[in-house]
Write a protein that binds this ligand. Structure first.
Ligand SMILES: Nc1ncnc2c1ncn2[C@@H]1O[C@H](COP(=O)(O)OP(=O)(O)OP(=O)(O)O)[C@@H](O)[C@H]1O
Ligand SMILES: O=P(O)(O)OC[C@H]1O[C@H](OP(=O)(O)OP(=O)(O)O)[C@H](O)[C@@H]1O
Ligand SMILES: [Mg+2]
Length: 394
């Protein structure tokens, strides 16, 4: 349900042949009375999907990242871990750059505006929650998920109802659908910030008499206030639901979400440099995320041959590495002769089994154990890149 909007033209910035390009702002009648600004020609009323507009001439590639909220710092941290540190001259500035990617501009935007601006052609790439891509992208064919699992911002969009009262014995969407008290006159009142996904899901589940309203935050308080019967909101740990006497219902998960890298197919196909930057970002993100939680262990071990040492190592369950251990001779000079008494072992092990690995190394004669963090693990060409290329028809 789109919020009502009042159009307020603030000044014509370009008026060439056609179409007319204007700068405008709308004031949404939402609970926060938020202002939405956009530099494009098409007017977006409330949450209606934007349509393509005249694009601003530019040669740089643009990446949108969240300007605030929980994803903002985590996105900057992730990019930094991939050596893609964002350099922002001052906190109130909305643009920044990444020294390693000179042809890229970083724009700090609200998550929903990132998705809108991707569709308008004002951004080429964005990092936001999958929930926001789904809600504001509304299955737009131009949007493509480049990396679907950046491993932060984990949550799900779910239906929740009060634990007690008329819902005491209702524990699934099926049971909710079968409740007889919802009628055209007294529908199930659902409050949600997801006014596209929420109603669509409830309709697909067969709920007939539903009245959806929207609010921007603290939705969990609505049932207790008496302003809604149920909510469709993001759930992560479940604490907010629990603290507000609400419960999720079985079969009530609308979608699972985490931070994703999303792009405009149009940009990838036709804007110079977008595909190359996307490839580099994807490679770095994948290699970094692959390395997260893994560590490199190096140890010395006495032995007669590399094979003999390898045999000892490979009999231990926590010492098998990614593809097996790398074992190399350690040379020393004895009686003017080059000898090999020790072998160096390099293995990548999961961080969570570090102590077990050290114990196993010691048990087979390992000493001088060094442990180092890994920045990247680059595999062969990533399946995500191949998938993207095929989605682009390239
Ligand atoms: N409790 C949560 N745990 C993990 N991720 C979450 C949680 N709530 C939301 N998210 C994810 O983080 C994104 C941003 O949420 P966040 O609440 O930080 O920003 P916002 O709702 O846009 O801003 P605000 O709440 O300040 O208005 C969401 O779109 C979702 O993908
Ligand atoms: O399951 P939990 O771990 O308790 O997290 C869920 C809560 O997190 C989000 O709210 P947020 O903190 O962003 O506040 P907001 O409603 O103001 O956006 C979401 O809207 C839920 O209210
Ligand atoms: Mg929030």
């Amino acid at each position: 349900m789109a919020a009502a909007a009042a159009l307020d033209l603030t000044g014509i910035i370009q008026s060439s042949s056609s179409p007319l390009t204007v700068r405008w702002k709308t004031k949404r009648r939402s609970s926060k009375n938020e202002m939405i600004y956009c530099s494009a020609a098409t007017f977006i009323a409330g949450d209606v999907a934007p349509t393509a507009t005249t694009e601003v001439e530019r040669s740089v590639v643009r990446l949108g990242i969240p300007s605030k909220g929980r994803l903002s710092d985590q996105t900057l941290d992730l990019l930094k871990s991939c050596q893609l540190t964002v350099r922002k001259p001052n906190p109130r500035q909305y643009t920044a750059d990444i020294p390693l990617l000179p042809n890229l501009e970083v724009w700090f935007q609200r998550p929903k505006d990132i998705v809108r601006k991707l569709q308008l052609g004002d951004l080429d790439l964005g990092i936001v929650g999958y929930d926001i891509v789904s809600e504001y992208g509304q299955e737009n064919e131009d949007l493509v998920i480049v990396h679907d699992a950046l491993q932060y911002g984990d949550c799900r969009l779910a239906v929740a109802i009060p634990k007690e009262g008329i819902f005491e014995n209702i524990n699934s969407v099926d049971e909710l659908t079968k409740m007889t008290q919802w009628t055209a006159e007294r529908p199930l009142r659902v409050v949600t910030g997801f006014t596209y996904l929420g109603p669509k899901f409830l309709k697909e589940k067969g709920l007939k008499h539903v009245a959806v309203t929207t609010a921007d935050g603290a939705l969990e308080s609505c049932p207790a206030m008496g302003t809604a019967d149920a909510i469709v909101d993001l759930v992560s740990s479940g604490t907010t639901l629990r603290e507000n006497n609400l419960k999720e219902v079985e079969g009530g998960t609308v979608l699972q979400s985490q931070a994703v890298l999303v792009a405009s197919k149009r940009s990838l196909r036709s804007r110079e440099g977008v595909l190359e930057i996307t490839h580099e970002m994807l490679e770095r993100l994948e290699a970094h995320l692959r390395a997260t939680g893994e560590i490199m262990v190096t140890a010395n071990m006495r032995g007669n041959t590399a094979e003999e040492v390898a045999h000892r190592v490979l009999t231990q369950t926590s010492l098998c590495g990614l593809q097996g251990p790398t074992i190399s001779p350690v040379y020393c000079l004895r009686d003017s002769k080059v000898k090999v008494d020790y072998y160096a072992i390099n293995i990548v092990v999961p961080q969570k089994s570090l102590y077990k690995s050290i114990q196993q190394l010691r048990s087979i004669g390992g000493s001088g154990v060094l442990v180092s963090k890994l920045t990247y693990i680059f595999d062969e060409e990533t399946p995500r890149w191949r998938k993207l290329i095929s989605q682009l028809g390239m």
